[in-house]
Design a binder for this molecule. Structure first.
Ligand code: NAP
Length: 311
């Protein structure tokens, strides 16, 4: 029987591991599909306090892991497929690797994944001109036209960033007004390389003979008119999907978009002993530092729960 199982290895998961390990709870971390989480797909992280020169995303995650292992964290590279509360108050977990675990308390820190449009050839195009990460892939497309899909802060941030490399950045939005905050929208639209394409939905990704992105097919959402736009890379920035599908049978309360509901300012869920941390429960801030802070909170909540159990 484990004291605490932490599911997920992003900022929230590793911070929860550091805190619970330092409390001598010998946490077990189960890695998830993308060990290290979303920061492993970024380059320079310049806004995580303590690194005035910035730090590479994968390096930051590796250092968090090392820090947690130094205090006794154990790691299993597997995917949790089910979490259930048992009649005796403990939790049983199943993994896709065929393992079963028992724990007194569980912290879910499985993050969120970038949303895609759901077009047919999406999977094959990833790495061939379709991505959700401008910071990772922008530099691979110098002096060519690219596009960003979306109208939120992410889309504007990515569009502005991409002007460092691309010859032209089309910002394709399904309405004629951006959802992004004024400062981000103004910054993107003021850049002469950014050209908004209003009231437009991408309906097809078009490829060249080698299967690389060549253009997108657009449909005007007002008139239904179709057109083609030549781009070498498409950056999709239409939000994220929380990784909670494996919790279907757990009985945990989710909001209408699938994010775990936390009780007030704590990481407590509707199930005693089951906590959440980071982007899996946060669709507002979604920052490395807020996820880390939330991981710390979850560890403290779980520690108190275990102390009460013993008391
Ligand atoms: P978001 O605010 O939810 O925006 C998603 C955008 O994608 C919206 O413009 C939406 O269109 C569009 N969209 C959604 N589904 C679509 C579809 N199927 N086809 C075409 N377009 C679609 O997501 P986000 O930009 O990732 O931001 C999420 C949160 O993180 C926000 O709270 C944001 O403020 C924050 N954030 C902050 C910063 C920063 O401050 N530096 C940077 C990035 C993100 P509609 O507008 O028509 O709904």
């Amino acid at each position: 029987m484990e004291n605490v199982i932490i599911i997920g290895t992003g900022c929230a998961g590793w911070t929860a591991a550091i805190y619970t390990a330092r409390a001598n709870l010998e946490p077990l971390v189960i890695s998830g599909e993308q060990p290290g989480g979303q920061l492993t797909t970024t380059t320079d992280v310049e806004n995580f306090p303590g690194f005035p020169e910035g730090i590479m995303g994968p390096d930051l995650m590796m250092q968090m892991q090392q820090q947690s292992e130094k205090f006794g964290t154990r790691v299993e590279y597997d995917m949790v497929s089910e979490v259930k509360k048992c009649e005796d108050g403990t939790f049983s977990l199943k993994t896709t690797g065929g393992k079963d675990y028992q724990a007194k308390t569980v912290i879910i820190a499985t993050g969120a994944s970038p949303r895609h449009l759901g077009l047919p050839n999406e999977k094959e195009l990833i790495g061939k001109g379709l991505t959700s990460c401008a910071t990772c892939d922008g530099a691979f497309f110098p002096d060519v036209p690219v596009c960003v899909i979306g109208g939120g802060d992410s889309a504007c941030e990515e569009a502005t960033f991409l002007t460092r490399f691309a010859s032209k950045v089309y910002l394709i939005h399904r309405r004629d007004e951006l959802r992004a905050s004024k400062i981000m929208a103004d910054r993107a639209l003021a850049n002469e390389k950014v050209e908004p394409v209003w009231n437009s939905q991408v309906t097809e990704y078009l490829t060249d003979d080698e299967g690389n992105m060549r253009a997108v097919k657009l449909e005007n959402t007002e008139t239904g008119e179709e057109s083609e736009l030549d781009v070498k890379c498409v950056f999709v920035a239409i939000g994220h999907i929380p990784n909670t599908s494996f919790l279907e049978s757990s009985g945990i309360d989710l909001d209408e978009n699938g994010y775990i509901l936390q009780d007030g300012h704590s990481t407590v869920s509707n199930i005693e002993g089951l906590y959440s941390a980071g982007d899996v429960a946060d669709h507002v801030y979604r920052q490395a530092i807020t996820a880390a802070g939330n991981g710390c909170q979850a560890a403290l909540d779980a520690e108190r729960y275990l102390t009460d159990l013993e008391g």
